[in-house]
Ligand binder design. Sequence first.
Ligand SMILES: *[C@@H]1O[C@H](CO)[C@@H](O)[C@H](O)[C@H]1NC(C)=O
Length: 372
Amino acid sequence: MTGQVPVLLCLAVLAIFGTVPKLLEESGTPAVPWIQLPFISHNPLILRCPGGQRSGRIYWQYINGSVLTAGKARTIAGPWAARYYRGPLKELKLRSRVHWDQLEIRPAWVGDSGLYVCKDGGRTLACYQVEVQDATRLHVSHASLGQGVLAKLTVPQLAQLFTSWGPWQACDRCGAPGERKRLGYCYARAASTPEGLAVPCGLLGVELPHHGPELRVEVCQVNCPLLPRPAHPPTQTRLARPGQSTELACLGASIHVPVSWQRDGVPLTRLGLLRRRGNAAHSLDPLTGGATYHIARVAASDRGLYRCLVNGRQASAFRLDLPAVPHRRRFDLGRLLAVARALVATFAALFVSSAILELVGCSSDSTHHLCY
Ligand SMILES: *[C@@H]1O[C@H](CO)[C@@H](O)[C@H](O)[C@H]1NC(C)=O
């Protein structure tokens, strides 16, 4: 039954919040922030626990399901996370960790949607109702290719769906033409409350048509700030056979930060790759905002040094190489005969020498009965 307490507490806060927040404070219970947030799958999910900075006792509980169908609260990160979980809960726990006052889930999946409650001992510090939107439904549009963004969608008598855009990220490189991106989440406003608060689409509590998150990309160019030359990350060697596919995953990159790639010092941009019709084998993974560089069919001409930058800093370096194909030895009868001849000669020599040794042994010891 104790598992239900955070849900009830969060529900109480939700019910009262905004209408009579003073009531909670007066009754001695500080108001617990209740926040509804969207995230995107295949990327990190980070939640802050307000007021829980450095106690070292912060832990996070997860409740699967919506407010109405909430299951039991399970501690997934922090000092009291249980070890005996199975299935998706175990999976979630393995991807979760507490870092200072934050819960980090790397990466988040759609199934991680639910309630996240931050606690310090018996105190509940925050409740988050989280929807992880599906990156595989991401609508990517490049302004420079004339691609449009999703239009507002009105579902009669139900809701209006639209994209709520985040801020533009910094340009992904400096001193050369680069690209910048911004992420938008699907938000919905119920038709019954046209002036009401919009919520992440999955949290409206009604079955809605498909309207995924969005990624908008445009070109940019900025000047280089004068920074001390950062240390280069160690170069990893990546071997691939011709025709095989390979993936280069940039450390610390995600859809939420500027990521850029270069090959042998030459910038690789989304636009450049999209326009290179002849070689559609190379692409930047849209699900992670370009954190992974894909080569669908490796060719000898793909050899090179690939580097990625995150927030303008060198993050990973890969030397892509194709292993030298061993020279197939042709069946050579001449060589085989030569080897056979050498073997026969060796055996013959051994036989002759052992016979000679035996003869010498017998003559030097004539009393040995075995010799006669
Ligand atoms: C939550 O429940 C849904 C639906 O039953 C399931 O698909 C998902 O894996 C669950 N997530 C976790 C983390 O337990």
